[in-house]
Design a binder for this molecule. Structure first.
Ligand code: AMP
Length: 279
């Protein structure tokens, strides 16, 4: 696996690969890899001739009070893990190369960027869509791989690709979980032992929503109140949101039915965790 550090070199490599008829898969990440990231890389390796893993902690998707500075980083560990999946290029550019002086163009998917995670993180999705648009232009992938873990992000990226006629396929893969159900996340590293134990409440609340739906309870307000009880069962958790929406249109759901996205965000101390299921 080659490590490419500069945008210009990555563009040149992508152009060569395209000219040689190679099919390029891209896995955009912020690093500190876990099985969730690796599942995306493996699928890309399976389906593509070349897999480019981008590793870039993107400053434009962090708010001023968020964890940009302390976001976990371990380049050598990430390099080894990516290499073992069969990825062929690790693209790890410098911030000043991605956002040179004078940068002032952003891509924003209207309305959807303001819902759910967008309420507490108002500039987050603008940063995500902007960096993904740039990565798509630099790497020129045939396919880009994202995790259902960030359900709203996946929907927003799909929408951007459709709306701006971007010539690539967006692939969204299932959430990889710890044995106890906790969704894997680089941010789980911030949790203390007790917080980590209690964080499984996100998953438990989602399982309860599914169970209630299966037993015929479909009223969104009733389901929400049962989920709140589970999440509120520890003083360590502070609920950010429970949302139930159509998993395609993001319209608010009043009743749960197949195709309803149930999504939660919960703070444990300063750490904000998210999870979701689709009924
Ligand atoms: P991140 O490095 O956190 O920005 O994540 C990079 C990609 O990995 C995103 O598309 C995420 O949705 C995906 N991802 C993160 N955690 C998981 C997980 N537990 N299961 C599947 N995909 C994940």
């Amino acid at each position: 696996m080659d490590v490419v550090r500069s945008v210009a070199e990555m563009k040149a490599r992508a152009n060569e690969l395209r000219a040689a008829g190679r099919r390029i898969g891209l896995v955009p990440t912020m690093g500190y890899f876990h099985e969730g990231h690796l599942s995306l890389m493996r699928e890309s390796v399976r389906e593509s001739d070349e897999t480019v893993v981008s590793l870039f902690v993107n400053p434009t998707q962090f708010g001023p009070a968020e964890d940009l500075e302390k976001y976990p980083r371990d380049f050598e560990r990430d390099r080894e893990m990516a290499e073992r999946t069969g990825a062929t290029i690790l693209f790890a550019p410098e911030t000043r190369d991605v956002y040179p002086e004078g940068f002032r163009t952003y891509v924003r998917v209207e309305a959807w960027s303001d819902l759910m995670c967008g309420v507490t993180r108002p500039i987050h999705f603008r940063g995500v869509t902007t960096v993904c648009c740039k990565l798509f232009n630099i790497v020129r992938p045939h396919r880009a791989y994202f995790g259902q873990k960030d359900a709203q992000q996946a929907l927003i990226i799909r929408r951007m690709v459709l709306d701006l006629d971007m010539d690539l396929e967006v692939i969204v893969l299932p959430i990889v979980r710890e044995e106890n159900g906790l969704a894997m996340s680089s941010r789980n590293k911030y949790l203390g032992p007790e917080e980590r134990r209690e964080a499984v409440r996100l998953w438990k609340s989602l399982c309860e929503a599914r169970r209630l739906h299966e037993t015929g309870v479909t009223d969104a307000a009733a389901v929400r109140s049962e989920m709140e009880k589970i999440i509120g069962g520890t003083p360590l958790a502070r609920l950010d949101y429970i949302e139930m929406m159509d998993a395609v249109t993001l319209e608010k759901a009043v009743v749960l039915k197949p195709g309803t996205l149930v999504a939660v965000a919960v703070f444990f101390g300063g750490t904000r965790l998210i999870d979701n299921i689709v009924i």
